[in-house]
Ligand binder design. Structure first.
Ligand SMILES: CC(=O)N[C@H]1[C@@H](OP(=O)(O)O)O[C@H](CO)[C@@H](O)[C@@H]1O
Length: 501
């Protein structure tokens, strides 16, 4: 820990001496914790950080729009358009890699869930499924299942390690939650949690914001803080030690995420890719998803907050949208590529500006909750390493099978607990009917085989299939064929055993 004088001097030379304004009022204990917090800051880089933030907030980002082009079809694979044999080959390749312990998953879980309006990590959210499972539990069970599928196919016991990037906000509650839930049956040594860095929020005139008299307002450095966090926490060494060559990186909020999806992994590996992204076709130009595209010939993502509406709305001769490749935050990276990024490119990652309402103490020491944005948070984005890739590929998937993110609180028309729950239940209804089951709603009404689903439609049968029973709809026929099932129907491992018997 640095001494008070060292910290004071550094703050003065960065033009931030106001940070210690309330020091004389602090008790011994608060002084200690504040000094500790300040010692951990990158004090050398502070001046630069504050100046850059203030400058970025006042000068609009240079628009990339004129240089955007769609991704060329040659580098796109698709669960919708590629032929069945290719898909089966990719799946086998993916399972082979998994069976050889070469695949890991990495969860981006440092965010605060502000839009969802909860005080705890998003992964702990229960969207109200009949089973009451949280996002973390669903993900853990999918890891279990994919290990089992690879084991069965290639006859070897394998592990898919689960790396979880948290932040100061989410680490402690996430650890506690995993412990309380007995790590959802996974081996604790195969779950590696680590923390991303936090950086200070800054006012429009480049001053660090004091959140309390002895505390500065800190925010995680964006999901692109991943690369620094991999270095800080020696995660690449851990991967190397385990023999993990490929990583599936995903964000916490997508209830349909396919953990270590063998088809996607297999596609990327077969193409010799070092980096890849899953996309879905955008539903409308304004959908808040990043656009996977090329800018001046280089593959990258232009975030929804940074594209102009006129560009997003561009249409071709038949009225079809030109830019349709929506980023679902499911990325593939080879370990070699991540090593390269860490060694050569980490300082070149773009900084993005987010203007936010940041609670603060004013000059007189009053706590203020601003009603208008007052602060700048600088963030890095996980996909900003794509331009450094030497062989980037894109994999298009069906939205109804792979993308239903939880972003907003209930009441919103999109991306809410209700839409997430409905998407999962609809998928499981499709699996059950495809396996030959008939689903009955309350009064014995038979469900049409392919029900059209609207969010929260109570008239539809509820059918939930545990990931421990089926990962992508496989293995259900021998359990469900010819059966009539009363809603709500929950197929867990125990019921699966009974049905088999
Ligand atoms: C920096 C980043 O990863 N942004 C991602 C991420 O955005 P959110 O702001 O977390 O919703 O998830 C979206 C998909 O849910 C994706 O479209 C977008 O590009």
């Amino acid at each position: 820990m640095l001494s008070f004088d060292q910290v004071k001097q550094s703050l003065e030379s960065s033009g931030q001496s106001h940070v210690l304004q309330f020091w004389p009022e602090l008790c011994e204990e608060d002084r200690d914790s504040f000094l500790q917090e300040l010692s951990q800051l990158d004090l050398h880089g502070l001046k630069d950080h504050c100046e850059r933030a203030a400058k970025a907030a006042t000068s609009p980002p240079t628009s990339l729009d004129q240089h955007i082009e769609p991704i060329p079809p040659q580098i796109i694979g698709s669960t919708k358009k590629s032929d069945k044999t290719s898909l089966a080959n990719w799946q086998n390749e993916g399972l082979l890699q998994i069976s050889k312990n070469r695949v890991g998953v990495l969860l981006l879980a440092g965010g605060q869930g502000t839009r969802l309006g909860v005080q705890y990590p998003k992964g702990m959210y229960n969207v109200g499924l009949p089973s009451g499972k949280t996002l973390y539990q669903i993900q853990a069970e999918r890891i279990h299942k994919i290990q089992e599928l690879a084991d069965v196919k290639y006859g070897s016991k394998c592990t898919v390690p689960w790396y979880i990037m948290t932040s100061e906000f989410t680490l402690a509650p996430t650890e506690k939650f995993f412990k309380e839930n007995n790590f959802f049956g996974l081996k604790p040594s195969n779950i590696i949690m680590f923390e991303q860095r936090m950086i200070p929020a800054v006012t429009f005139d480049g001053k660090v914001i004091l959140q309390g008299k002895g505390r500065i307002a800190m925010a995680p450095d964006g999901n692109g803080g991943l690369y620094q966090a991999l270095l800080d926490n020696k995660v690449l060494e851990d991967m190397k030690m385990r023999g993990v060559e490929y990583l599936h990186v995903y964000c916490v909020d997508n209830i349909l995420v396919k953990m270590a999806d063998p088809v996607f992994i297999g596609f990327c590996v077969s193409k010799g890719a070092d980096c890849g992204a899953k996309v879905v076709e955008k539903v409308c130009p304004a959908e808040p998803v990043g656009l996977v595209c090329r800018v001046r010939g280089i593959s990258q993502v232009v975030e929804y907050s940074e594209i102009q509406p006129e560009t997003a709305e561009l249409r071709g001769p038949d009225g079809e949208l030109i830019y349709t490749a929506g980023n679902i935050c499911n990325h593939f990276f080879s370990r070699a590529f991540l090593q390269d990024v860490a060694e050569k490119y980490i300082d070149q990652l773009k900084q993005h500006v987010a203007i936010k309402k940041v609670p603060y103490v004013d000059m007189c020491g009053n706590q203020v909750k601003p009603t208008k944005p007052n602060g700048i948070k600088m963030e890095k984005f996980v996909f900003d390493v794509f331009p450094f890739s030497r062989n980037f590929v894109v994999f298009e998937v069906a939205r109804e099978d792979e993308f239903s993110p939880l972003k907003n609180a209930d009441g919103a028309t999109t991306d809410s607990p209700t839409t997430a729950r409905s998407a999962l239940l609809a998928q499981h209804r499709r699996w059950a009917t495809a396996a030959g089951a008939t689903l009955l709603v309350d009064q014995g009404n038979t469900l049409p085989p392919t029900p059209s689903v609207s969010a929260g439609d109570a008239a539809l049968a509820q059918c939930e299939i545990s990931p421990l029973v089926s990962y992508f709809g496989e293995g259900l026929e021998h359990l469900l064929k010819g059966r009539t099932l009363q809603s709500p129907f929950s197929l867990d491992e125990k019921i699966a055993k009974d049905l088999q018997a």
